[in-house]
Design a protein around this ligand. Structure first.
Ligand code: ADP
Ligand code: RBF
Ligand code: MG
Length: 143
């Protein structure tokens, strides 16, 4: 699968574990709307960008079956790295997967899952900032 990959779909309701159990809300994309493009997407944790209306946010995206919760259905869910957002269920969310971070893992407890996601968030910030810095460095100063 060659990155970057772009996906767009409506934000639907999930199991409500993101905000309540983990303190990390995730906007779940409508898998029925995505069809084969959702089903064929390789599982794993990705970093990239999310577009909601006209605003763009850094994002970390989980794709798969959440082995810790043993989900039966695949999910594509994005945590936007922007604090204090109001709910945006039913809105269209576009997600640009720019790079792969790791495979989905199982954990011995909730604390381990939460700390691993915390590390994913730090790495996402790092990778996106590096990419921005690299783009600036290759820019020709005009005139
Ligand atoms: P669900 O199981 O329904 O996905 P979550 O507990 O994962 O519930 O919460 C996700 C919802 O929280 C999103 O659909 C969105 O409406 C809202 N939300 C608020 N802030 C964010 C954020 N920073 N990233 C993702 N979703 C957010
Ligand atoms: N679930 C897992 O079972 N294993 C994981 O390794 C895992 N990594 C995640 C990484 C990120 C950045 C995010 C946002 C979620 C991850 N999840 C993982 C999914 C998590 O279990 C899920 O978001 C909650 O169950 C709420 O739907
Ligand atoms: Mg969610």
């Amino acid at each position: 699968m060659t990155l970057p990959v772009m996906l767009s779909a409506k934000v639907v309701h999930g199991f409500k574990r993101g905000s309540k159990e983990l303190g990390i809300p995730t906007a779940n994309l409508d898998m029925d709307e995505l069809g084969v493009s959702g089903e064929s997407l390789n599982r794993g944790i990705y970093y990239g960008w999310a577009k909601l209306g006209s605003s763009i946010h850094k994002a970390v995206v989980s794709v798969g079956w959440n082995p810790y919760y043993k989900n039966e259905k695949k999910a594509i869910e994005a945590h936007l790295l922007t604090k204090d957002m109001a709910d945006f269920y039913d809105e269209k969310l576009s997600v640009l997967l720019c790079g792969y971070l790791r495979d989905e893992a199982n954990f011995n407890g909730l604390e381990e899952l939460i700390s691993c996601i915390g590390e994913d968030i730090r790495r996402t910030n790092g990778r996106l900032e590096e990419a921005a810095a690299a783009a600036l460095e290759t820019t020709t100063v005009w005139p």
